[in-house]
Design a protein around this ligand. Sequence first.
Ligand code: F6R
Length: 244
Amino acid sequence: MTRLIVLANAAAAGETGADLIEAAVAADPALVLGVATGSSPLGIWAALARRRLDVSRVSAFALDEYLGLPPDHPESYRAVVARDIIRPLGLDPARVRTPDAQGDPEAAARDYEAAIVDAGGVDLQVLGIGRNGHIGFNEPGSSLAAPTHVAELSAETRRDNARYFSSLEDMPTRCITQGIGTILRARRLVLIALGEAKAQAVAAAIDGPVTSSLPASALQLHPDATVLVDPAAASCLARHRVAS
Ligand code: F6R
């Protein structure tokens, strides 16, 4: 069942996301956390950093990684995860993994899926959502059952994320992403969506049919998914949803 929580603003959504993770770490200090990069969860990471939790036994897996960037590129998700998540939260870098983008990508995708299984699976997966409804980099048309795999980025996602690169040409075209099958195996999902640009994708994901053309609709198949939104991101949802 998808639980929808509409918060007053982005800061409150970040605090609520941090509450869920703090409670999960309190219940299991060796939690396996799934982390999303991008702007939406930044408030969660900032709120968690302020709480100075003991996360020395927590391990983490990123959702995805670009292919085709040099190893020291500041916008590789390896670098972004270190900057936005590992350092502020005080995670042990040896316990945090991103897909390896420097070797054979197909082998790296298989290894990554195996590493998640070896870790006992992800306990709590944080997700953002693309304007086109992607989760991870599972673009519209992706299999709802796939494991971690090599994927092409859509033109829309490349345009959206080109803001982090000097030009659209510098923005990668391919990635390694946890598949929707991988994401659905996490024990708990917490998706955060902020702003009007996400409103239609959020409404389609929650109120629409489960379909690979809107990958986030797969959340409806998960027994424990929570969606945190601000009022702008909630603005296209059916009214009874927002009220309940
Ligand atoms: C990031 C990821 C993506 C983002 C999504 C939203 O690891 O997998 O699905 O969560 O593109 O990005 P933002 O939050 O920057 O709007």
